[in-house]
Design a protein around this ligand. Structure first.
Ligand code: NAD
Ligand code: TYD
Length: 361
């Protein structure tokens, strides 16, 4: 087993590309990056390491067992980190099929091939191997204002096709540890933000629309709460869990940063007003309340005590520092935004926002 080779799935997406870029940048060994390149996957996110000898990109589907087996056999990784997924709640409401196919069937196929590979390893290599499954806090369902934050012991109560498909994949991972002894780790993280975030999600969408002079769509009354973590902090937590997490355990990852959507949008507008002032007025003038998301979860909040106390992990960014960095990144990467918002993206906008009474495309 090549001790330093790791397979990362979904490494051309938002969080996966941040993880791969950091891994290669820290000279932690070779990364085999398997990605299907759906609308959310973008080779441009990996431009800085495209020629690096420690980065090998493979265009494939996690559900393709032949491709996955060939990669495992050829590269003999010490770990597989699974980011590959369909990840957008609104898309899961419009078209859940792809979520079942990738998040459930894809994870199952990946697990089957990883199990076969792992079972054939020598005993000492078997005990060192890790399968790390990247998941979400959304599997725990929705909190009321007075509920304590999600702990690892909370019951699963997923409410959207997205969170239900992630919950199903988490259960499969758990079962592969319990039944076969596969050394699995599962991480359940809060909402991420930062560079390379596709502008269908709240934070990059608001930055993009603000700069384009378009409405900033706020679902319902904007009182829904999300717990936000800067993407590089999520990646450092995953590295920590991979290095020192206990097989079979799950770890909640979050930065204790609960904000209403209204607070997030206000903060973005205020930073943009400072960094790129409009000729007249504030970006807040573009805020528009639109029809709510069906089944919209009221509040997510992560209790990160376990990873902090057992693994000594802590985020480096506060919401205030991370969100300013993020706005600056988008201001400096207008060409990246222009390229990812052409083509299919426009169809998505007209589908999602037309029914909410807005024409954003
Ligand atoms: P993303 O949608 O930006 O990227 C997903 C990547 O997976 C893309 O590169 C895509 O091409 C690839 N992919 C999709 N289907 C595939 C398949 N069948 N085979 C191979 N590759 C495939 O998602 P993200 O926001 O980077 O999320 C990554 C992971 O983290 C997901 O599992 C998600 O559930 C989880 N997560 C995301 C957040 C968040 O706030 N974005 C929070 C917690 C957990
Ligand atoms: P999103 O970024 O889609 O992440 P998730 O649904 O996985 O938490 O949405 C974050 C919050 O922002 C969520 O409460 C829905 C809300 N939202 C809006 O108000 N307007 C929008 O245009 C979008 C995309 C999301």
């Amino acid at each position: 087993m090549g001790k330093k080779t790791i397979i990362v799935t979904g490494g051309a997406g938002f969080i996966g590309s941040n993880f791969v870029n950091a891994w290669v940048g820290k000279a932690l060994g070779k990364v085999i990056n398997l990605d299907k390149l759906t609308y959310a996957g973008n080779m441009e996110n990996l431009a800085g390491i495209s020629q690096h000898p420690d980065h090998v990109f493979v265009h494939a589907d996690i559900a393709d067992r032949t491709a996955v087996k060939a990669l495992l056999d050829t590269h003999q990784p010490f770990a597989v980190v699974n980011f590959a997924a369909e990840s957008h709640v609104d898309r899961s409401i419009h078209a859940p099929d792809a979520f079942i196919q990738t998040n459930v069937v894809g994870t199952f196929n990946l697990l089957e091939e990883v199990r076969a590979y792992w079972q054939a390893l020598p005993v000492d290599a078997q005990s060192q191997f890790r399968f790390l499954h990247v998941s979400t806090d959304e599997v725990y369902g929705s909190l009321s204002a007075s509920d304590p934050a999600f702990k690892e012991s909370n019951t699963y109560q997923p409410n959207s096709p997205y969170s239900a498909s992630k919950a199903a994949s988490d259960h499969l991972v758990r079962a592969y540890h319990h039944t076969y002894g596969l050394p699995t780790l599962t991480t359940n993280c809060s909402n991420n933000y930062g560079p390379y975030h596709f502008p269908e999600k709240l934070i990059p969408l608001v930055i993009h629309n603000a700069l384009s002079g378009k409405p900033l769509p706020i679902y319902g009354n904007g009182s829904n709460i999300r717990d936000w973590l800067y993407v590089e902090d999520h990646c450092s937590a995953i590295r920590e869990v991979l290095a020192r997490g206990i097989p079979g355990e799950t770890y909640n990852i979050g930065g204790w940063n609960e904000k209403t959507n209204l607070e997030v949008v206000h903060t973005l507008c205020d930073i943009l007003d400072q960094e790129r002032p409009k000729a007249q007025g504030s970006y807040r003038d573009q805020m528009t309340f639109v029809k709510d998301r069906p089944g919209h979860d009221a509040r997510y909040a992560i209790d990160a005590t376990k990873i902090e106390q057992e693994l000594g992990w802590k985020p480096e960014e506060t919401f205030e520092t991370g969100i300013r960095k993020t706005v600056r990144w988008y201001l400096e990467h207008a060409e990246w935004v222009a390229r990812v918002t052409s083509g299919e993206y426009q169809h998505w906008l007209s589908k999602n926002y037309h029914e909410r009474g807005e024409e954003l495309a």
